[in-house]
Write a protein that binds this ligand. Structure first.
Ligand SMILES: [Zn+2]
Length: 262
């Protein structure tokens, strides 16, 4: 299998897999969604809350705030040497203290060490009116997307087969119907010939095939070449998330091999 980044930003990746099969890319997709460990707030101790929102709603909002996830420094709490009591190797502490009139933002969460500062400090949590107060402490720990969405690193993930577009020039009468119908605008008439501008933008909707009365165009998907794209919530870079997913998959296949006695 070959892998090529078509686009790579901090929180976004578009990857082309070649010499592969759909079930294998799907395994990577599922691992990216459900199995990568991520840091998120799990326990909140509220000392004072006179805001308009219930404690539970505020705790839920705090849980969904992306936190920087350093897997080289943290263990799962239940697997930690401290026996799950909470220690610097498995738990990160935050505190928050605000009085109105103001909006409480994610950036008001003060970490025990600046390296754990929230990824995005402009996520609103609650609006406080004059004299309303919110004072709390929070503990963050590692979890996975399988347990709760707050521990899901990757979002908006999907894949498609690499498009194959075949044009029969003898049947095509340059009526332009397919050019007008394509929702991604990837077809054009160039030098008296129907051509494809950017094949990777094709979403295999086959609208062009439907509007062509002469059956001059055919769209298919190549199952051995697959384009996958996804975003992360900022707790981890898109590249780190992929590396972690591949590591987890590798471990799972090793375990399967051992269990089968191969
Ligand atoms: Zn611990």
């Amino acid at each position: 299998m070959k892998l090529k980044f078509l686009e790579l930003k901090d929180n976004y990746a578009k990857i082309l897999f070649e010499d592969t099969a759909p079930y294998f890319v799907n395994a990577i997709r599922r691992t990216l969604i459900a199995d990568i460990p991520k840091l998120a707030i799990e326990t909140v101790t509220i000392y004072d809350n006179t805001s308009a929102l219930f404690d539970e709603i505020i705790a839920h909002r705090l849980g969904m705030i992306p936190l920087p996830t350093r897997l080289d420094l943290l263990n799962f709490r239940k697997e930690c040497a401290c026996g799950g009591k909470g220690c610097p190797s498995c738990t990160v502490h935050y505190h928050l203290s605000k009085e109105g009139e103001c909006v409480v933002y994610s950036g008001d969460l003060v970490p025990e060490d600046p390296m754990w500062a929230v990824v995005d400090d402009k996520i609103p949590i609650v609006k406080l009116l004059k004299n309303q107060r919110l004072i709390l402490e929070a503990e963050a720990e590692l979890g996975t997307g399988k347990e709760h969405a707050k521990w899901q690193v990757v979002c908006g993930i999907g894949y498609k087969y690499y498009p194959i577009i075949e044009i029969d020039d003898e049947k095509c009468n340059l009526c332009k119907e397919c050019v007008k119908a394509c929702p991604r605008n990837i077809l054009e008439i160039k030098r008296n010939k129907l051509t494809v501008k950017n094949i990777e933008d094709c979403i295999l909707c086959k609208t062009c095939m439907e509007v062509c009365k002469r059956k001059a165009i055919e769209v298919k998907g190549d199952e051995t070449r697959i384009i996958m794209q996804y975003e992360t919530d900022g707790s981890m870079t898109a590249k780190d998330a992929l590396m972690e997913a591949l590591k987890i998959l590798h471990k799972k296949y090793d375990e399967l091999e051992k269990a089968l006695g191969l």
